[in-house]
Design a protein around this ligand. Structure first.
Ligand SMILES: Nc1ncnc2c1ncn2[C@@H]1O[C@H](COP(=O)(O)OP(=O)(O)OP(=O)(O)O)[C@@H](O)[C@H]1O
Ligand SMILES: [Mg+2]
Length: 402
């Protein structure tokens, strides 16, 4: 996606000057101008522009068909229909085909600015997964780590509890490591039914409500790992994805704890995420593995996928790297930082997550901050956590409105 480019589909050369002036004012370059034919599709694929302005005049069949095709192929490009007087009735049709906004060629310049602002918000929502969330349910926050023991379970359990407190919403916590996961242990939770049981039920002729498999703990609904030894060996990534898809229907947030490496299950959990949190400690080895994990997640994510958000855990631990050193090593910003804090171990040993047991210790405060970034930023429930410029490309594209 090239954030500062637009494609103009304007076979008659009638795009209003005001629209072109507005693009220029926003610092957006028109990469190409095409007609309604194959050249338009080819240019869209090659340029992958943030914005596509398409002139719509009667007969409207071709431009509407083109909007449909481009929208299907490049759902993250914002399409703005510019409709002339001959095609006044095409507004709704263009929106139905996939245009984010439509405007009339006779609109004064101010209307173009508004339309482009509206397109920007639409683009941000797409980037933030809201389009999917609206259809598929709640947010999915997957906690990943390239190495074992970096603090994934600690972060996932405490984040789930803090999210429930901050949002007053319904929160599910899934142990995505059916063989070795220890979410239940860290919450001192007796395992009544597990991920493996929920998966087995999915293939029964009349599956039960997935919520029946969850156990409440600290106001969070937990789907623990195995109930019986080796049950977990039967669970695949596809199974986990199916369970998460069900949970999203009933919960505002689904937090997934994952196993140590990028297994079939962790990969499925990463793919299902609307936000991926990648945990690393400040040890050099852990940071280097995180770099590999980020590259891998980005490669497989593709267009529109969430950018992994880096959480530096055990900050300040003896012999660890400083935050600037971690960032230099990785080439990405640390989005969240949780300090080395012995209260975490004490809390875990007591089977009470730290945000409950020692709510005022530095680690608990940091994790609550992490949770509230999903809930309170600008008052939006859907807004993703701050700190990664790459997730708000149009904020850079339209700096004057950001
Ligand atoms: N910020 C921290 N300060 C001090 N200790 C921590 C911190 N974060 C985690 N720990 C401790 O590190 C240990 C490993 O944490 P945790 O079990 O959460 O890691 P994990 O990534 O889930 O491991 P695994 O890959 O085995 O599932 C635990 O004993 C935990 O208490
Ligand atoms: Mg763990």
């Amino acid at each position: 996606m090239r954030a500062r480019t637009a494609l103009l589909i304007d076979p008659r050369g009638e795009m209003p000057q005001a629209a072109l002036a507005e693009l220029e004012r926003a610092g957006i370059t028109v990469a190409e101008t095409t007609g309604y034919g194959l050249d338009a599709l080819q240019a869209a694929f090659t340029v992958r522009p943030a914005l596509i302005l398409i002139g719509i005049s009667d007969p409207v069949a071709r431009p509407l068909d083109l909007i449909r095709r481009i929208h299907d192929a490049l759902p993250d490009s914002v399409i703005v229909g510019v409709i002339d007087t001959s095609a006044r009735d095409a507004f709704e049709h263009a929106i139905a085909a996939g245009a984010a906004v439509c405007l009339d060629t006779r609109d004064p310049q101010a209307a173009f600015a508004l339309a482009i602002g509206s397109a920007r918000r639409h683009y941000e929502r797409l980037q933030h997964g809201e389009r999917l969330a609206a259809i598929e349910g709640g947010q999915v926050i997957t906690v990943l780590g390239a190495k074992g023991g970096v603090g994934k379970t600690t972060i996932a359990t405490n984040l789930a509890i803090a999210l429930e407190r901050a949002s007053q919403g319904a929160v599910a916590l899934v142990d995505g490591d059916p063989l070795f996961g220890d979410v239940a242990l860290s919450m001192d939770l007796p395992v009544q039914s597990s991920l493996a049981d929920a998966v087995a039920d999915l293939s029964s002729p009349e599956p039960r409500d997935i919520r029946e498999f969850l156990t409440p703990s600290f106001n969070v609904s937990v789907l623990p790992a195995r109930a019986r030894a080796l049950d977990g060996a039967l669970v695949t990534g596809d199974d986990l994805a199916a369970v998460v898809a069900r949970l999203r229907q009933s919960f505002d947030f689904v937090v997934i704890d994952t196993g140590g490496a990028f297994t079939d299950l962790s990969t499925a959990a990463a793919d299902a995420a609307t936000t991926q949190i990648l945990v690393t400690t400040t040890e050099l080895n852990s940071v280097r593995d995180a770099a590999r994990a980020i590259r891998w997640l980005r490669q497989r994510g593709g267009l529109g996928a969430p950018v992994p958000q880096l959480l530096q855990n055990r900050a300040g631990m003896r012999g660890g790297l400083s935050r600037p050193e971690v960032e230099r090593e990785l080439g990405v910003s640390v989005v969240w930082s949780v300090a080395e804090d012995k209260r975490l171990l004490q809390a875990m040993q007591a089977g009470v997550p730290v945000v409950e047991r020692y709510p005022n210790c530095p680690a608990a405060v940091a994790i609550r901050g992490l949770a509230s970034s999903f809930v309170h930023v600008h008052g939006s429930l859907r807004r993703p956590p701050p700190g990664n410029a790459g997730r708000r490309p149009l904020a850079r594209l339209f700096p004057y409105t950001a």
